[in-house]
Design a protein around this ligand. Structure first.
Ligand code: SF4
Length: 205
């Protein structure tokens, strides 16, 4: 039916009761219902958001199966750090792997290497990448090893003696919020075993 503005105001003024609704042609019964939750059949796992050093607790729901896709991420209300909240980065963390149900094409899954003076990257194997990193660390450490320092007296003046130093100042270590407490502990222990003294975390940058 055609409804003029005047008709509409008249109907509204009289109160949009059942009779008026019927006059408008809305004769369908009201249905109450909800869509089934996407997490109904999902498996829920506790997690920690890896975007920053706050370390908010998450509840991650994913489809069952070997490579079950994540269908929901929300804050863990039992986590004393965030009490169920997540910032926009944490709430969108599943997009690291899937965007709109499809694997995120921007996600790197293999190491990339850019040779000196080259302007392009090439994929290399993990073995090759780890060998390169190990060789660079060894070369840099050997070339910049500080075996001893001048001994100083209480006033800070050299005594003419030497004390062991056993460090290198040519390598810096940058930790990551992607690491757990235990991973960070092992990482800094490993760096100290190499004599690295510049050990930092990216949350302080
Ligand atoms: S949810 Fe936000 S604040 Fe919490 S750890 Fe992730 S990025 Fe940091």
């Amino acid at each position: 039916m055609e409804l003029t503005r005047r008709d509409f105001i008249k109907l509204s003024g009289a109160g949009l009761g059942t009779a008026a609704i019927a006059k408008l042609g809305f004769t369908m019964p009201a249905l109450a219902g909800t869509e089934p939750l996407r997490i109904t059949k999902a498996k829920e796992t506790n997690g920690v958001c890896s975007f920053c050093a706050v370390g908010c607790g998450t509840l991650v729901s994913n489809e069952t199966g070997e490579h079950g896709q994540i269908v929901n991420v929300e804050g863990n209300p039992d986590c004393a750090i965030n009490f169920g909240t997540l910032c926009s980065k944490g709430a969108a963390i599943s997009q690291k792997t899937y965007i709109d149900g499809k694997p995120n094409k921007e996600r790197l899954t293999k190491p990339l290497y850019r040779a000196p003076n080259s302007s392009s990257w090439k994929e290399i194997s993990w073995d090759e990448a780890i060998d390169k990193i190990a060789n660079r660390i060894k070369e840099t450490r050997d070339a910049n090893w500080i075996a001893e320092d001048d001994a100083l007296d209480a006033a800070g003046n050299p005594t003419g003696g030497k004390v062991p130093a056993l460090r290198t100042e040519a390598i810096g270590a940058l930790g990551s919020a992607e690491l757990s407490n235990e991973g960070s502990y092992l990482y800094q222990k490993f760096m100290r075993s190499l004599g690295v003294v510049y050990i930092e975390h990216h949350a302080r940058l």
